[in-house]
Design a protein around this ligand. Sequence first.
Ligand code: NAP
Length: 243
Amino acid sequence: MEQRKLVVITGGSRGIGAALVQQYAALGWQVKELSRSGEGAHHVTCDFSNRNETRACVEELFSELASQSWEKVIVINNAGMVGPVGPVDQTSSSKWYANIDVNFSAAVTLSGLFIKYFQFHSVDKYIVNISSGAAHQPRYGWSLYCAMKAALEMFSDTLALEQREEAYPVKSIIVNPGIIDTQMQKEIRDASKANFPDVQRFKAFKEEGLLASPEDVAEEIINILSTGPETGQTYNVTDQRKR
Ligand SMILES: NC(=O)c1ccc[n+]([C@@H]2O[C@H](COP(=O)([O-])OP(=O)(O)OC[C@H]3O[C@@H](n4cnc5c(N)ncnc54)[C@H](OP(=O)(O)O)[C@@H]3O)[C@@H](O)[C@H]2O)c1
């Protein structure tokens, strides 16, 4: 059967992204996932810490996909990294720029080129930006991560505004996934107390079984998207998770 629904997911090699890839593929969607270490039929290799590589790889992908007809297209800006963890002056400039590019520049590139190539496709189109509570809560040691999630949220809201009057608008939403048992959480727990004074609280989340599984979170994100969410809005997975 020909697959007419397309989802492009960044950071689909593990964690929430991998669960989204697996579940959308099982639902019969055409899936493309972009990361450095993914594998298999859906995978496109791309290192988001390199802007030129990201632009070239995304441009090639979207120009090819836009030549086909779809009934629904979703781009999920999911790739992310928490590090460098620690006071900003004690971390290196190469790590600052990698954080900015993976958490924010990649989403700008995916979004800008998606709109460029798909603006006149008269189908249902979404950009989904996976954010974090860190966008609204300064956390000692996470300056880049907090700042880039805040930037991503404002970018998402502004895109929604810019697209509202278009004949075939791209809708843009923010999804807060909650706290999930992924490699990112392990990296958070592995930080020193000096670099991340809140580390004990995150260790307790794991010990007390408060972390959601990536599979449950992916299922909830897919549920949110299947209900036709409103552009410019924020959706919290934790509000919807079955207890
Ligand atoms: N886990 C949580 O508790 C939590 C809470 C709030 C928000 N989030 C957000 O949820 C999203 C997914 O997080 P997760 O927990 O699933 O993280 P994860 O397991 O660490 O996965 C991160 C993904 O991002 C990709 N990525 C990292 N650096 C990259 C690079 N330079 N180029 C291309 N891809 C890169 C990784 O792929 P490669 O390494 O293969 O490149 C991987 O697929 C992130 O945006 C995160 O901020 C997570």
